[in-house]
Design a binder for this molecule. Sequence first.
Ligand code: NAP
Length: 261
Amino acid sequence: MSEIEMPVALITGATSGIGLAVARLLGSQGHRVFLGARTEEDVIATVKQLCSEDLTVDGAPVDIRSGDAVREFVQAAVDRFGSVDVLVNNAGRSGGGVTADIADELWEDIIETNLTGVFRVTREVLNTGGMRVKSRGRIINIASTAGKQGVVLGAPYSASKHGVVGFTKALGNELAPSGITVNAVCPGYVETPMASRVRQRYAAAYGTSEAAVLEKFQTKIPLGRYSTPEEVAGLVGYLASDTAASITSQALNVCGGLGNF
Ligand SMILES: NC(=O)c1ccc[n+]([C@@H]2O[C@H](COP(=O)([O-])OP(=O)(O)OC[C@H]3O[C@@H](n4cnc5c(N)ncnc54)[C@H](OP(=O)(O)O)[C@@H]3O)[C@@H](O)[C@H]2O)c1
């Protein structure tokens, strides 16, 4: 396949954890990958690393909480590689606490990042990214099993991810006749830098150690362990493929059995 025929994948939050594994997999499946995150040095280092693995990758810094930044980011992807065939909305943040003590700023930042950011990047990719006029497209939102069940001390996170699942189902139905599929991937516990930060937060809230929290979480997972970023990326890679053309408006778990719904 010549480079110009390779489909273009745009991935947010691809400098770490799940997003990085998705960038590597979609790149190895023959996509030209354009990636973003807020920290410019990490974007530069990630692009360099993935290019050294013989993948076709470029990127730019973006904060998905800013409409102007998102517009510039999607325009940069189009200028570099052309219109967008696959969007992976992966960037997100954790956070919560005792709900009665949650400040407006924390609530708003979690919703802004995890839910409004997904809407904003999606709208921009449909318009500036040119997906809206295509006969085939893929939008894959990284939600969470917390988007299907309540997580104690995680009300804003759970609310934001339930929102992403609702957004996915509505947009999937809306775009179904166009050949663009829209799905959510719902990881359970996945070993990433975010997972470690989450354990530290629970350890502080429960007055225990991070190791004790890890043990407690692992006991809840039927498989007995965290999933890997690569296992999550595997489902994203499948949903991006032609074979997945009839899967739309779904929220699919990768969670070692943690959520069976
Ligand atoms: N790990 C888990 O157990 C787990 C479980 C369920 C769902 N998830 C979801 O999976 C996704 C990825 O999580 P992860 O564990 O891989 O997290 P991670 O290791 O913390 O990586 C998050 C990525 O998102 C970027 N990011 C954060 N805020 C951003 C913003 N406002 N604009 C643009 N980029 C931003 C980060 O880079 P910068 O900080 O430089 O911006 C980083 O590249 C998230 O949506 C998360 O909610 C994770």
